[in-house]
Design a protein around this ligand. Structure first.
Ligand code: FE2
Length: 182
């Protein structure tokens, strides 16, 4: 289940209802899928064949189509990252810049873990959303954020898109962020 860490105060928010209520206030969609639906051999696999990816998509087909119908997503795919990913360190460095998109950024975690760092309302500031398998999040369009991995450096997620141009990253310069260390 997702957990929140508010960077300014180190406050942590745990428990599905609390997490959902906090994210709702911040206009971040949070839902949950049953990660145990996935075949056991795929629950800890981070280097995926095309067949593996197709199997993950078909396992969650109902959840994906339900989300897409409600929110207008047209396409979806699978992203897998781990130490086996070429240039993972460079890739993570590139990720770790606050940016925005013109459409929302949706991720449904099917294995592993990851963190979204999101700029909240002025009274909250930046907060981390620590995600694990089953967590589904949508960061709204124009909301500054970035994504990174957790210590285990392994994740598999479904990404859903309205249009491919919509998720181009636009850098967001924010001096209050650089002085606000993790
Ligand atoms: Fe993004």
């Amino acid at each position: 289940m997702a957990e929140i860490r508010i960077r300014n105060t180190e406050q942590r928010i745990q428990g599905e209802e609390n997490v959902r209520a906090f994210l709702e206030q911040q206009e971040v969609l949070y839902e949950h899928w049953d990660p145990s639906k996935l075949a056991e051999n795929l629950q800890q696999k981070f280097v995926l064949s095309d067949e593996d990816k197709a199997q993950i998509l078909s396992t969650f087909d109902e959840e994906i189509r339900d989300l897409a119908a409600r929110r207008g997503y047209q396409t979806w795919d699978i992203i897998a990252l781990s130490d086996a990913t070429p240039n993972l360190d460079e890739l993570l460095k590139k990720f770790e810049n606050v940016h925005t998109h013109t459409e929302d950024e949706v991720r449904a975690i099917t294995a592993g873990r990851g963190i979204f760092i999101i700029k909240g309302t002025d009274d909250v500031g930046y907060f981390d959303v620590e995600l694990e398998a089953g967590d589904v999040i949508s960061v709204p369009e124009y909301k500054p954020h970035f994504f990174t991995l957790m210590e285990n450096r392994q994740i598999v997620a479904v990404r859903l898109f309205i249009e491919t141009e919509g998720w181009i990253a636009h850098p967001y310069t924010d001096e209050s962020f650089s002085s606000n260390k993790a």
